[in-house]
Write a protein of this length. Sequence first.
Length: 212
Amino acid sequence: MSASCHSHDVSFDGTSPAYRRALVAVIVLNAAMFAVEMTAGALSGSRALQADALDFCADAVTYGLSLAVIGMPLARRARVAQLKGLSLAAMGLWVFGATLWQALAPGLPRAEVMGAVGLLALAANLASVLILMRWRDGDANVRSVWLCSRNDAVGNIAVMGAAGLVALTGSGWPDLIVAALMAALFLSSAVQILRRAAHERTAPACAHPPHG
C-alpha cells in the first residue's frame, strides 16, 4: 500500500460471493415490494406509500448496478455510485413536488391499506437490512446499498405511523408530511453517496484486503 493511502480509505469493495448472493436476494425482495406498494398506493390514494414504492424501485436498480460493477476499478465504481446518488436526489425532488401538488387538494387515503402494506414492506426491509448488515461500511458503491436499505426500513415505520394518524385524525395531512420527510431522507442519503463517491474518484489506488 502506498504511503498516501490511509487505513480509513480501505473499505470493502463488494468482491465476495456471499455479498453477491445477498444482493440478488434483496433485488428480488425490493422489486416485488415495488409492485405491491405502487399498486396499493394508487388504490388507497396514499402519497407516502407511493413514495416508499419509488424507494423500493430505486433500491432494486441500485442493487442491480452495484452487482454489475463489483470487481471494476474504484474510479468506475465511484462514477456508478454518483449516478445512483443523482438518481436518489431526483427521486427526492419528485416526491417533494408531488407532495406539494397533493397538498393543494388533500384527500383522505385509506389508512387500513397503508397500515397493512406498510407492515408487509417493513418485514421485507428488515430482512434486507439483516442480510446486508455485515457489509454496511464498504466503499461508495457498497455504502449506497446499505443507505437505501436503511431508508426503506425507516420509511416503512413512518408509513405505518402516518396510517395511524390518518385513522386517528381523519385527515390526509399525516400522509403528506411523511412523504415530505421521506423525500428529505432521500436527498440526505444522496448527498452522502455523492460526497463519498467524489472522494473515491480522486483517491489513489489502494489494495483492498479480501472479505468473505
